[in-house]
Write a protein that binds this ligand. Structure first.
Ligand SMILES: [Zn+2]
Ligand SMILES: [Zn+2]
Ligand SMILES: [Zn+2]
Length: 444
């Protein structure tokens, strides 16, 4: 015995033009009628156990329709549409993705036959290294709007939107031709197939490498510093280099990597930065180097690190690939630091003891005069946790404190803008002659 539950459940929607009214169908079937205006009536009918044809004929049997659309659904099943006289004009791709069996051939009323045009996709011919890709089509706005209107009008709620369907189809087409792996989550490259501009853009994922650097000299900035007069074009002021300083940690670290990876440019993100005349010692400072548009992604990082470290000025440790998310983490965290400050006066042991006692406190620091042109003027509160003085030849202070505390001003007092300071505690003017960062306390 065949259970009726195994037989299909049909939902037939009809939009009926004309003044006739559908009457109630035979009992056991449900029918709802919505009157739009005098000429358009929308009705839907659900049948269980009958074939589609019976259901359909029953609705036709209402003698209501002279023209109109009929959509049929197996409830919770495939969507489909059948129609009488005015089947839509669709391309095979749109008909297929919308599940429309009856359609007229001709220029697609939704996509203008864009879906059938693979000429842009077929030009894709990457000359760079990638292991995974995704596709992103860009369609004219009116195509997307017509698609949405069509889906609404025909109640095809389960149909795939035109972009989703095209992206999927092109992924499998390209995967086969390029013999490459599609990845919608985190691909090495996105092939942006732009039907508005009529060209393909390669959106290559940047390469992120992280590590720690030491800076052994007091003459180079952390990042490339463009000439303030010409902004990089080259002028008298910068000796036609376009730069304020001949090189930087960024350039020394990235040069050997860029020779292999052939990127368009680099971005260097440090866990904070030290002044040009400050050395970065100890274990070094964490950084992420981003290589934009790399042509090569597989790098021998050990060899590259050795190559970088041939330079006497900068040394790199633990160079390895990382997630781009690490950049935000590095930038959004304040790290405590340990500094070594050389000062211009030889202090007595009593004076050192006094500083160790009085400086381990909360420091109120108004934006230093030195940086006030590029930092907003405000008072920062930062803590000094530990101070140790050393008095062998000259006086050296080791200071363990919050990140963001300006140490040169912590020594000098910055004309009273930093309080307390070494100067204010001793009641005399003291200056920092040389500064080293000994540790960036970062557990990333
Ligand atoms: Zn189409
Ligand atoms: Zn210049
Ligand atoms: Zn070296």
């Amino acid at each position: 015995m065949v259970s009726t539950m195994l037989k299909p459940v049909w939902k037939v929607n009809a939009t009926i033009m004309g003044s006739a009214r559908p009457s109630r169908p035979r009992s056991g079937w449900s029918c709802s009628v919505t009157k739009w205006d005098d000429r358009v009536v929308r009705c839907s009918m659900i049948s269980q156990g009958a074939s589609f044809n019976t259901t359909f004929k029953s609705l036709i049997g209402l003698r209501a329709m002279r023209t109109g659309h009929f959509t049929r659904n197996i409830l919770k099943g495939n969507d489909g549409i059948t129609s009488m006289e005015d089947a839509p004009r669709l391309c095979p791709f749109c008909a297929d993705r919308l599940g429309i069996a009856d359609y007229r051939e001709g220029r697609c009323e939704i996509c203008n036959d864009t879906c059938m045009d693979t000429s842009l996709a077929d030009t894709i011919d990457p000359t760079f290294e990638y292991h995974t890709f995704n596709v992103g089509v860009v369609l004219p706005k009116d195509v997307v709007e017509r698609d949405e209107a069509f889906v609404r009008e025909h109640e095809l709620a389960h149909a795939h939107g035109i972009k989703t369907a095209l992206n999927r189809a092109l992924r499998s087409r390209l995967s086969e031709r390029l013999n490459a792996q599609a990845d919608t989550e985190d691909p090495d490259v996105i092939f942006e197939i732009d039907h508005i501009k009529g060209r393909v853009f390669y959106r290559i994922k940047s390469l992120a490498l992280c590590g720690r650097y030491r800076k052994e000299v007091r003459t180079i900035p952390q990042t490339r510093w463009w000439c303030t007069k010409c902004r990089g074009r080259g002028c008298e002021h910068c000796g036609h280099t376009g730069k304020m300083y001949p090189t930087s940690v960024e350039e020394i670290v990235s040069a050997p990597i860029m020779r292999v990876a052939s990127g368009r440019k680099t971005k260097f993100h440090g866990a904070g930065r030290e002044d040009i005349d400050v050395r970065m010692l100890g274990e070094g400072r964490p950084f992420v180097l981003e290589i934009i548009n790399p042509k090569v992604r597989t790098l021998d990082l050990e060899a590259l690190q050795d190559e970088i470290n041939k330079d006497e000025r900068v040394h790199v440790y633990d160079l390895r690939p990382c997630e781009k998310a690490r950049i935000e983490k590095l930038k959004n965290t304040k790290y405590r630091k340990t500094y070594r400050a050389h000062i211009d006066k030889k202090l007595s042991n009593n004076e050192i003891e006094l500083i160790e006692k009085k400086l381990e406190t909360e420091i109120r620091q108004r934006t230093p005069i030195r940086v006030s042109h590029r930092r907003s003027d405000k008072i920062r509160k930062r803590k000094v946790y530990k101070v140790r003085g050393n008095n062998n030849k000259t006086t050296v202070l080791e200071i363990y404190c919050d990140g963001g505390l300006y140490i040169k001003e912590l020594i000098s007092g910055d004309e009273g803008r930093t309080n307390p300071s070494v100067s204010s505690i001793l009641g005399t003017h003291v200056r920092c002659t040389a500064l080293d960062v000994l540790e960036v306390h970062c557990d990333l």
